[in-house]
Design a protein around this ligand. Structure first.
Ligand SMILES: C[S@@+](CC[C@H](N)C(=O)[O-])C[C@H]1O[C@@H](n2cnc3c(N)ncnc32)[C@H](O)[C@@H]1O
Length: 315
């Protein structure tokens, strides 16, 4: 179901009009009710902010789209399609949909999603969470300039945002695109606490587990041939990164999420293209929790990493 929807999205890159397959539950921006959407058109859409596209350097100052910009716009639309589909599946509510983007950077993702979905919808809020104050300030200024009044920017870390009184108790969609190192784990913890219906995660570099693997390397090499997988420093980093994402998926499943792992196709400017999509179903997979613990033991990092994945004790 969820998986096939994602595959559909990827194939959508080759020209299928995905919107025909959207299951509409609640939210529908006005422009979608009046005209057939063309998500893969690489033109500026009706109602889309030309000023925003200039700020993102997709359009030139003269408003022109060159070949490089077309590629960038294609990437933007591609990512937007993932998120749009999830937003359309949310049940309607008085306050509208909520989305928290962690490690927002220049809030490039938030701005695009707001412009293409929230703006026409007339309700709902996007929150950008970012530790670099200058980026938070420039995002605030741009939102004000564009009249994107339901965008909020918080100068706090992902971990701190969980406690912030500037955020509601529940958030529908949590995104974390290349949020550095453990910020992705913090975003997952945030999503769990906020009872997020969807999480969209593109992890970045990951060092925490590689450090843990390094700590007992000699001991583990004696204990198991598996430790050959991370004997060389380059492999430690790669295995650490791969294992981290596997553990994240198992953890999400153990907490009631259906998980799909795919590739953020067309995102050529980054080596880190793994896209983890999690949809809350409420079905907590006990076996995933057990597997998670077994993997931590197998890799000899249970003591160092166990706290990262708090599982209920009655597994
Ligand atoms: C690689 S950039 C990605 C920016 C944006 N998500 C994108 O994909 O264009 C990572 C951003 O996350 C921010 N960041 C890193 N760790 C963070 C944390 N723990 N809490 C909040 N922001 C964080 C950094 O300051 C940086 O702006």
């Amino acid at each position: 179901m969820f998986f096939f929807q994602v595959v559909e999205e990827i194939h959508g890159c080759n020209g299928i009009n995905l919107s025909q397959n959207n299951r509409f539950n609640g939210y529908m921006p006005k422009h979608k009710l009046t005209s057939a959407p063309k998500p893969l058109d690489l033109d500026v859409r009706p109602g889309q902010s030309v000023e925003l596209l200039k700020q993102l350097h997709i359009l030139t100052r003269e408003g022109k789209l060159n070949q490089d910009s077309r590629r960038k716009l294609k990437q933007v639309y591609h990512l937007f399609q993932f998120i749009e589909k999830l937003l359309l599946e949310l049940p309607a509510s008085d306050s509208g949909p909520s989305l928290a983007d962690h490690g927002a950077g220049k809030s490039y993702l938030g701005f695009i999603v707001y412009d293409l979905f929230f703006k026409a919808l007339g309700q709902g809020t996007i929150y950008g969470i970012e530790t670099r104050s200058e980026l938070v300030e420039s995002s605030k200024a741009l939102a004000q300039k564009l009249g994107f009044e339901r965008m909020r920017f918080l100068n706090v870390s992902v971990a701190e945002s969980t406690q912030s009184d500037q955020l509601p108790a529940q958030i529908d969609v949590v995104t974390a695109l290349h949020a550095c190192d453990t910020a992705t784990d913090d975003a997952i913890a945030f999503g769990l606490q906020k009872k997020a219906k969807y999480m969209v995660l593109v992890p970045c570099c990951q060092a925490e587990l590689a450090r843990a693997l390094n700590q007992n390397k000699a001991l583990n090499l004696q204990r198991t041939p598996l430790a050959e997988l991370w004997r060389h420093p380059l492999h430690t980093r790669e295995v650490g990164s791969q294992l981290t994402n596997v553990l994240r998926c198992l953890y999400l499943e153990s907490q009631g999420y259906q998980v799909t792992v795919t590739e953020l196709v067309g995102w050529e400017h980054s080596m880190k293209n793994e896209l983890i999509l999690a949809k809350y179903t409420g079905q907590k997979k006990r076996t995933s929790g057990e597997r998670l613990l077994a993997l931590l033991q197998e890799f000899g990092v249970e003591a160092l990493m166990g706290g990262r994945y708090p599982l209920s004790t009655n597994l």
